[in-house]
Design a protein around this ligand. Sequence first.
Ligand code: G3I
Length: 357
Amino acid sequence: MFHSVASHAASAEGPSLAARLASRFQVGTCVGGVLPGSLDPAERSLLTRHFNVLTPENCMKPGPIHPTLEGFDFTAGDALVRFAAEHRMAVVGHCLCWHQQSPAWMFEAGVGREAALEQLRAHIHGVVGHYRGRIQGWDVVNEAVADEGEDLRDTPAGRAIGPAYIERAFEFARDADPGAELYYNDYNIERPAKRERTLRLLKRLLDNGTRVDGVGIQGHWLLDQVPFDDIRAAIDAYAALGLKVMITELDLDVVDRPDCGADIALQRAYAPNEDVYRDGLPEPIAQRQAAQYARLFQLFGERVGAVTRVSFWGLHDGKSWLNSWPGKRTNHPLLFDRACRAKLAFDAVLAGPEGAP
Ligand code: G3I
């Protein structure tokens, strides 16, 4: 195992990121696999020391949790919720309605509108009801806004039910656990055109009385291309609707890719000579990444009250989805390296708006 040149072992003993930022917003990460077995001891101490809210990376998505019409599989989700309770961490449920990782049966071609609605209702009531009282909030609808053109993405749910599938999903979730917050979550919704489309959707929901509590800006950004001004404007625009704003899937990709999006349908092969950081992250890159993370947290800190949570999409570099999307490569997008050592980015975020630790 290698680790980046610019990293140190302060992760398990030094200051806690979540504790340091607790007066501003929650700090979270996603976790994959079945807890705690999918983590080694170093990972476990990293997770419990630096984060106070967990998002399941995959196990609560419609496909894994509800693979057949009759059958739910709560194994991994239950383990995560139990682990979080034992460590006094909150849980964000992710996600109830998405065009990816959705079981084919839910909106299969030819299903009638009423049958599709009933299947969506049964899914949401089954999952949200199972976790009632134990989940802080749900990503109710994920990535429904189109990347270009029309406002809404063409999805199986939309084709089966029509655009009102979004309102219905929020209503089903509200009814199944009135105490849970309800979020809309998407990528690139800080960018002006997609932001406008997202604002139109959220206004539509709020105007017709649909309860929506928050919006998640995923935050899959690229080194040297972080759209700081767009992010600031987006936070302000969503907060102006009265919504909580969350950065829900933060990472800072250091290997070039064509787009800042997160559409997993887009794939790209990386030749061996394009896997440029397979032997580690060079210090100058680690420094730039640290500076850009610091600027991001500075910005989030300036929006205290509007931004209520910042969650990373992965515990450490070795666990990031960006090692396999849009193609296989070695990535270093997070605050901790593969050996669970704190990177320069960790120090920079910790120093954050309050100055050096
Ligand atoms: O579980 C199967 C396993 O049984 C099978 O052998 C293996 C073979 O490929 O695949 C496994 O499933 C993979 C799954 O992750 C669990 O590891 C899928 O192929 C893979 O596509 C899936 O990727 C996830 C991706 O969402 C698609 O659902 C990533 O881990 C996850 O990080 C990513 O997360 C999404 C958010 O939910 C929404 N926003 C974008 C973000 C990044 O794409």
